[in-house]
Design a protein around this ligand. Structure first.
Ligand SMILES: *[C@@H]1O[C@H](CO)[C@@H](O)[C@H](O)[C@H]1NC(C)=O
Ligand SMILES: *[C@@H]1O[C@H](CO)[C@@H](O)[C@H](O)[C@H]1NC(C)=O
Length: 299
């Protein structure tokens, strides 16, 4: 099957490797073929066996490659990104990879326009800052469900990547109105924004956005319980795509243990051990859906 695909591959510019058991050996064959240099798109999503060595080979040998999809290649480390330096890659998907700040910081000499790093929980604001300093051509960015990221990450995108067109940050629960303010002052080409599940955003967010709306033409504010319907509606006539809801984020957002927003101050007795604190808060939030402590203190 693999050999047949490789034979057919000699005629193609796009390759979707749906044989998830493909290993480094398979990638070696792939990159050796005479037509390898013509390949523009490669999707090795979920090929859990391939290692950093394969990415290095891909970056070296496929010299016309533009789209590279490495999502859910769980063995890849920061070294994989380092080997993409000075490659032809312009669009990269590393969703669900165990990439950390070091990997992003080492990405340079590459004219990356699109980056999808959904669900990369280890990535922090400083990793994003270093990335943006080196990779300023970014236009389409998806940092959804990167739970560690907060306002400074958005500041970095809007400050360094002046051509930003799309930003998806659904499930980044630490973002505040300040993040939206950075976008409205620094990203003149922003067309599409998704802030779903950014539960700390208030009515100030749509107020800021009004200033860049148009050119902003798509706004998604699902599960934003602190943005009122009335404030959200002010944007509706100005855009072509508009979504808002004030309900709580679904369980798939993984917020059950994260209580971050306004409401009462919860006092946890000092007898509660530190390691149980998170659990205690989680239980409170689960049992009393309306109770969302903004402040937790221990004696
Ligand atoms: C990438 O490959 C996966 C299978 O590994 C497939 O499900 C997915 O649709 C492909 N994506 C694209 C954009 O072709
Ligand atoms: C990468 O492949 C996944 C499927 O595994 C797909 O959902 C995703 O859209 C692809 N990424 C890009 C940038 O096309």
């Amino acid at each position: 099957f693999l050999l047949l695909s490789l034979f057919l591959f000699s005629l193609l510019f796009h390759l979707n490797v749906f044989y998830v058991r493909i290993s480094d050996v398979g990638i070696q064959y792939l990159t050796k073929g005479g037509s390898a240099s013509k390949l523009r798109e490669l999707n090795v999503s979920q090929c859990v066996l391939i290692t950093d060595a394969s990415v290095k080979r891909i970056a070296r040998r496929l010299c016309k490659l533009f789209h590279l999809n490495l999502s859910f290649c769980e063995q890849l480390s920061d070294l994989a990104l380092e080997s993409l330096r000075s490659s032809s890659i312009g669009s990269l998907d590393i969703t669900g990879c165990k990439i950390q700040d070091l990997g992003l910081s080492n990405l340079e000499g590459i004219r990356l326009k699109k980056l999808v790093l959904t669900g990369c929980g280890y990535v922090t604001d400083s990793g994003i800052e270093n990335l943006c300093k080196n990779v300023r051509d970014l236009e389409h960015v998806d940092i959804s469900h990167c739970a560690a990221l907060s306002d400074p990450a958005v500041r970095a995108f809007s400050f360094y990547c002046r051509g930003l067109v799309t930003l998806r940050m659904s499930g980044c629960f630490k973002m505040t109105d300040l993040a939206v303010h950075y976008l409205t002052s620094g990203s003149p080409y922003l067309r599409e924004l998704d802030v779903s599940g950014c539960v700390l955003l208030t009515d100030c967010a749509p107020q800021h956005l009004e200033k860049i709306c148009p050119p902003l033409r798509s706004i998604t504010m699902m599960h934003c319980r602190s943005i009122s319907r009335a404030a959200a509606l002010t944007l509706q006539p100005r855009v072509t795509h508009w979504e808002h809801s004030g309900d709580d984020p679904p369980l798939s957002f993984g917020y059950s243990l994260i209580c971050t927003t306004t409401f009462s101050h919860v006092h946890v007795d000092s007898s509660t051990e530190r390691r149980n604190l998170q659990e205690t808060i989680g239980t409170i939030c689960k049992n009393k859906a309306s109770l969302r402590p903004s402040k937790v203190s221990t004696k």
